[in-house]
Write a protein that binds this ligand. Structure first.
Ligand SMILES: NC(=O)c1ccc[n+]([C@@H]2O[C@H](COP(=O)([O-])OP(=O)(O)OC[C@H]3O[C@@H](n4cnc5c(N)ncnc54)[C@H](O)[C@@H]3O)[C@@H](O)[C@H]2O)c1
Length: 511
């Protein structure tokens, strides 16, 4: 159970502690932040409301710990990460239980997130050993006017303290996708979830959303149990108004890796001259051509649009279907939608309550706007508390908000198009550019469409997806800065250092 056995030291009374200098602590603020269960809409957990002094302490200790961590042999860093991965997988149940209670993730998916996170940490350790163990050797005579008098050696060095801020929807997986690359590359980590509103924070490269923070605290404890040095990883929780900007603008932070919504745009504007990795929102389009396998398209639209109740950055968020096949596609999607189960996450239902009441209200606003402007409701709109029944909206037009905005809920608009160009125009007019997908049996057309879509990734004949976690993952426009995926994240969390050996006279091999 959450907070018991191996995790008993992370809680005092009914309040979870924060993690600093290798210890679980109670904040001197004497204040707490409540986490509301999306299903019951009652307080489920409480976490510490840390203050700025505690953030300073964490950054200070992260700085000190990083210095010796950077001198720890790469194989030893990898060994510790493998250990953390094993502990994480061993404790998948209590972590999953938090995900069910905090973010209403269906029980089976919650376990999958914990296991996938362990796998990601191990993969990262292996990839780090491969790519950080190599550098480059350059010679000067390849550049005009130079003799072979200079040998240049390059290697990758850590950045320092990485601040990691994951979103609520994958608070464990999207935290370790920042923590593990940072650690293997020799950085320390600060993590902070939800500092704009309420937040939890981890040090040495991690930040936690308040919703999902307790799952993340459990995950951090797995790193503690694995035996990482004191101060290298920390995790603070608190109110955004108190420590949000303070943390993201902290002079001791050398890199920010953030996943979330528009908050990321604001953070980017305020952050100093440090590397940023931003994985932000999306409005992933699914373009369906006349020759598409409509059964395949329909099942992917339902899986892509409604898994975890549509609360995924890479969810299908708008369907752009050729008019000639639209009726048939809509019928097939509706048939599949009718099979989804709706209810509590504990029962492993497909559709579970969305994360907060304000999120449910926002989704409802988009639905009502579409209704007022004449969209066709394929199902009756139904809501109980935070639980919204799956809804397909047909005949959506560009003047409706839902054609452009990200509902982050189980509501999907269908726009009928008369040409592929019209679909691409709609897709490219979005301020987002995360992923997109196209369904066709003609690979030549698929490639042309993929090239034309202004998104970080295009999936051919499958719904958008972030994984497998070693694939590059990036957004264009307001969807992000930089690229994730294990290899890209490790590289992003390092910089290049060169040493040049200057010879008194040119030296040519075998010369
Ligand atoms: N592109 C991706 O990889 C990806 C993945 C998952 C989710 N998302 C996006 O995330 C959004 C949903 O997640 P969310 O509601 O948690 O997003 P959010 O932007 O509200 O919050 C993200 C994180 O930022 C923190 N935060 C909020 N204000 C902050 C501030 N002032 N300073 C520092 N941190 C602050 C939050 O605590 C949370 O940990 C959606 O837009 C979704 O598309 C993107």
């Amino acid at each position: 159970m959450a907070g018991t056995c191996a995790f008993s030291e992370i809680i005092e009374g009914d309040v979870y502690k924060y993690y600093s200098e290798g210890e679980w602590k109670v904040s001197s603020s004497g204040k707490t932040v409540s986490i509301v269960n999306p299903t019951t809409r009652k307080t489920q957990f409480k976490v510490q409301a840390c203050n700025q002094e505690e953030v300073n302490k964490i950054v200070e200790s992260a700085k000190a710990a990083q210095k010796s961590w950077a001198k720890t042999p790469l194989w030893k860093r990898a060994e510790l990460l493998h250990k953390a991965a094993a502990v994480l997988k061993e404790h998948k149940k209590p972590i999953a239980e938090c995900l069910v209670k905090e973010i209403a993730k269906p029980a089976k998916d919650a376990v999958t997130e914990a296991v996938r996170s362990g796998d990601l940490v191990s993969y990262c350790a292996e990839e780090g050993v491969r790519i950080l163990g190599e550098g480059k050797f350059l010679v000067s005579d390849s550049f005009p006017g130079n003799e072979r008098t200079k040998y240049c050696l390059t290697s990758k060095i850590p950045l320092g303290v990485v601040l990691a801020i994951p979103p609520f929807n994958y608070p464990v997986n999207l935290a370790v996708s920042k923590i593990a690359p940072a650690l293997i590359a020799g950085n320390s980590l600060c993590s902070s979830p939800h500092p704009g509103k309420d937040m939890t924070l981890e040090n040495a490269s991690l930040g936690l959303p308040i919703q999902g923070a307790v799952a993340a605290l459990h995950m951090v404890h797995c790193f503690h149990l694995a035996g990482f040095p004191k101060g290298l990883i920390s995790c603070v929780t608190g109110k955004g108004s108190e420590i949000g900007d303070f943390l993201t603008m902290h002079p001791g932070v050398n890199c920010i890796s953030f996943t979330g919504g528009d908050t990321g745009v604001a953070i980017s504007k305020k952050a100093g001259m440090i590397p940023l990795q931003m994985e932000l929102g999306g409005k992933d389009a699914c373009i369906i051509l006349e020759d598409a396998d409509l059964d395949l398209a329909a099942s992917n639209i339902v899986k892509g649009g409604f898994s975890y109740s549509g609360q995924r950055c890479t969810a299908v968020k708008v369907v752009l279907v050729m008019e000639s096949v639209a009726d048939e596609l809509v019928k097939k999607v509706n048939e599949t939608l009718a099979k989804l189960t709706v209810g509590p996450p504990e029962d492993d239902c497909d559709i579970t309550p969305v994360v907060t009441e304000s999120s449910a209200n926002f989704i409802e606003g988009l639905v009502m706007d579409a209704k007022q402007k004449g969209a066709t409701f394929c199902q009756e709109y139904k809501r109980q508390g935070n639980l919204i029944w799956p809804l397909l909206l047909d005949n959506v037009r560009p003047d409706m908000r839902i054609a452009w905005e990200e509902p982050f809920g189980p509501v999907l608009p269908v726009i009928r198009i008369n040409s592929v160009e019209e679909g691409i125009r709609h897709c490219n007019a979005s301020n987002f550019g995360l992923q997109g997908c196209v369904f066709t049996r003609d690979i030549n057309k698929a490639i042309l469409i993929s090239d034309a879509m202004e998104t970080g990734t295009v999936q051919i004949n499958s719904a958008p997806a972030r994984g497998p976690d070693h694939f590059p993952f990036q957004g264009l426009k307001d969807s992000g800065i930089g690229s994730q995926g294990v290899t890209n994240s490790i590289n992003m969390m390092t910089k290049i250092k060169t040493t040049v050996i200057n010879l008194p006279s040119p030296s040519y091999t075998m010369g």
